[in-house]
Design a protein around this ligand. Sequence first.
Ligand SMILES: [Zn+2]
Length: 201
Amino acid sequence: MRIQILSDGDKGQAICESCARVVASTYRYRNVPFSDGKGIASNILVGVCDQCETVVAIPAQSTPAIKRDRRVASQSIEAALPAPYVDALDLACFTIDPNSTAEFRKKLLLFYVHKLASGELDMAVLRAREPSFAVKTGTVKRRLSMKVSAYLADEFSRLVSDASMSRTDLLKSLVVEIKRQIVDGEDVSMLGELRTLACLG
Ligand SMILES: [Zn+2]
């Protein structure tokens, strides 16, 4: 089946619910709220009723963008880590790519969350590691807020519950491992993949 790719301004016909009849429609780029009201699919091509501007059709070519926006809008992982952990993370980012952006800090941490979830890292091994840096109680904390796909959020929740750890402690043990591997250079097996990731921005 050959799928037609439509352009802004193309004409069509569809049933308009608010006009309650078949209407002429025009394809336009619009921001469309999801049906559950949680978030917006931005700048997607939709068929709009010529009479009342109601969205009357969503062409196949807009489905990936809607899915993508929905994923982006879906979840976030929040944590407040003692500042030295965030500094260690930043140092790892710098080691991977001195030009890496602030966003890369989150990507790096999520990369390790995913490696842990996929079994490439072993929670029991991570737990057994002593942090190579000490943190005084009452140290300043820094907030990390990471927008993630529903899939990654589920992985993270599963890891937290399997490990019977707090979300913060799980992230802290990942930072200890990142510091060991990347900053201290004790395991460079992830480095190539991470440099590619940093390069993509
Ligand atoms: Zn209408």
